[in-house]
Design a protein around this ligand. Structure first.
Ligand code: ADP
Ligand code: MG
Length: 276
């Protein structure tokens, strides 16, 4: 089972800390009572190739609530990456409305969009994209430097949280894929985003590491982070609160995966762990 616990709980939450007892560290993580984190309405992204027009997104609607994990599935070329790139403000939709944390981002100027992305969005990718010449902690600190912020406590807290305390001075090439993705997750979170976007986050990972990534996501969701993950991995997709399937840039199927049951299961698992 993908949702099996990692071998050591400390790999995720840090030595001696029970996730159930651990209060959210950030004052900026929204609570469930805040409005939706995301409202995408009639979203289009069209590409022109010669005389041909490709609609990578063709009138897509999607919402995301704080604390919700949504998986996005669909065959290759269906528009998953394009969707995440619009939500992540890495690209602009051709048409439609995209509200993130209540702010319509389609009207933002380039500089404002860059700042908005930096402050509100975390992104992780299949290929990690770590800087090979920087250590684990330097990679995680990098977005803070870009934001001209200094927060060593946040860096250390995240290193503990993703279970990399022993590797903080290692270079990426000294890590396995699972640990590289942990670095990427910590780096994505260092500026305290409201939404975490993950494009095929487990595509290059072995099963054990896939389970660990999922566990980290579930912990983060419990604290209010909204997560959208595009994946080819059916087991990972099934662990979300909601699964959407897209084809030709539209949602063709949507499935609530027993949100209540799942969050209850999460609580039970955490309780069981905290009494170990
Ligand atoms: N920069 C681009 N220029 C032209 N077509 C693109 C570009 N990016 C994506 N597409 C096209 O948009 C469609 C959706 O691609 P993508 O979002 O990458 O799908 P997925 O992530 O589901 O594999 C595909 O037909 C792809 O070829
Ligand atoms: Mg893709």
């Amino acid at each position: 089972m993908l949702s099996e616990r990692p071998e050591k709980q400390s790999e995720i939450v840090g030595e001696g800390q029970s996730p159930a007892l651990k209060a959210p560290q950030s004052g900026t993580v929204p609570t469930i009572s805040d409005g939706p984190l995301l409202e995408a309405t009639d979203l289009w992204r069209s590409y022109h190739r010669g005389s041909e027009t490709i609609h990578a997104l063709a009138g897509l609607n999607l919402t995301l609530a704080p604390g919700e994990i949504v998986s996005v599935v669909g065959r290759s070329g269906s528009g998953k990456t394009t969707l995440l790139n619009q939500i992540g403000c890495l690209d602009r939709p051709s048409k439609g409305s995209l509200k993130i944390a209540g702010i319509e981002v389609t009207g933002l100027k380039e500089q404002e969009l860059v700042r908005f992305r930096r402050d509100h969005i975390g992104f992780i990718f299949q290929l990690f994209y770590l800087i090979p010449t920087l250590t684990v902690e330097e990679n995680i600190r990098l977005p803070l430097i870009f934001a001209r912020k200094h927060d060593e406590q946040r860096v250390s807290e995240l290193i503990e949280r993703v279970g990399l305390a022993k590797s903080r001075r290692a270079l990426p090439k000294q890590l396995d894929g699972g640990d590289m993705q942990r670095v990427a997750i910590a780096r994505a979170l260092v500026n305290r985003p409201k939404i975490l976007l993950a494009d095929e986050p487990t595509g290059r990972l072995e099963k054990k590491s896939r389970g660990a990534v999922l566990e980290i996501f579930q912990e983060l969701a419990r604290e209010g982070l909204g997560i959208i993950m595009a994946t080819h991995d059916p087991e990972l997709a099934a662990e979300a609160d909601r699964k959407i399937e897209i084809s030709d840039g539209r949602i063709v199927a949507e499935e609530a995966l027993g949100e209540r049951t799942k969050s209850e299961a999460r609580c039970q698992k955490l309780e069981a762990r905290s009494t170990e």
